[in-house]
Design a protein around this ligand. Structure first.
Ligand code: AMP
Length: 287
């Protein structure tokens, strides 16, 4: 495995003209790797000849007062995990490498970013799209792997790639969970001991909401999810929403997929979780 920090070096190493027809699978991450990230890698390995992972905590997607500084980092450990998982190239650039110039051009997501995390983290998805376009241009991947844990991000990226004819196929990967149901996240290390015990209630609340789809209204389900979390945890509910997926618009009769999503603020970190369910066969597709 090779660790590369310069974008032009990586671009040269895996340039399409040097690939000899080999396919590249790409896994973008912010590091502090866990089994969720590694599940993206194993899917990428199964379907591509070369696997590239980027590790970059992107300042552009953190707002003022968010956890950019507190975001956990451990590149040495990540490199060892990536190597063991069979990654071929780790791209770990500095902020200066990724943002050497700024001509002020912005990439703005559409209405999919007006709800959920986009409503509470203004500008967050602008920063996600900005870094991704750069990363896609550097790596030029045949396939790119994204977790359904970040379902809104995934939906916006699918739209971006489709609308702008970006030459990569987006692959959805189901959420990997701890044995108690908590979605694996790099941010889980910033939970206190008590909060860690409370955190699985997010998923339990969503599962409770899922059972009520078709029985209660989206409004009632959202209220029930928020109340359940407020009762069972010390966290503050940022949102609990039931929407059509991937449009993230209001639920309607002809939706084929529905998302139940929540975000909860704990003392040092904010967690998100979701269940995406098919309305056709009534099975969850998020795990
Ligand atoms: P992050 O490093 O948190 O930005 O995540 C990098 C990628 O890993 C994103 O596509 C995430 O959706 C995905 N990911 C994060 N946590 C999980 C998880 N628990 N299960 C599956 N994918 C995940």
């Amino acid at each position: 495995m090779k660790v590369v920090t310069a974008q032009n070096e990586l671009n040269k190493l895996i340039d399409r003209s040097n690939r000899n027809g080999k396919s590249v699978g790409y896994v973008p991450t912010m590091g502090f790797l866990h089994e969720g990230h590694l599940s993206l890698v194993s899917q990428a390995k199964a379907n591509n000849d070369i696997v590239v992972m980027s590790i970059f905590v992107n300042p552009a997607q953190f707002g003022p007062g968010e956890d950019y500084e507190a975001y956990p980092r451990d590149l040495e450990r990540d490199v060892a995990l990536a190597e063991k998982a069979g990654v071929d190239f780790v791209f770990a650039p500095s902020v200066e490498e990724m943002y050497p110039t700024d001509g002020g051009i912005r990439i703005l997501p559409g209405q999919q970013a007006d709800v959920l995390c986009g409503a509470s983290r203004l500008g967050h998805f602008d920063g996600v799209l900005k870094v991704l376009l750069k990363l896609f241009n550097i790596v030029d991947p045949d396939r790119s792997y994204f977790g359904m844990k970040d379902a809104q991000q995934l939906a916006i990226i699918e739209t971006f790639v489709r609308d702008y004819f970006l030459r990569t196929e987006i692959v959805r990967v189901p959420t990997v969970r701890e044995s108690d149901g908590l979605a694996k996240s790099s941010r889980n290390v910033n939970l206190s001991e008590t909060e860690r015990l409370e955190a699985p209630f997010l998923y339990q609340a969503l599962q409770m909401g899922q059972k009520r789809i078709g029985v209660s209204s989206p409004d009632e389900i959202e209220k029930a999810i928020a109340e359940f979390i407020s009762k069972q945890t010390s966290g503050i509910v940022d949102y609990a929403k039931v929407l059509s997926y991937p449009s993230l618009s209001e639920v309607s009769e002809d939706d084929s997929e529905i998302i139940l999503a929540c975000a909860v603020k704990f003392s040092k970190t904010r967690l998100i979780d979701n269940i995406i369910m098919s309305t056709k066969d009534d099975t969850s597709c998020s795990e």
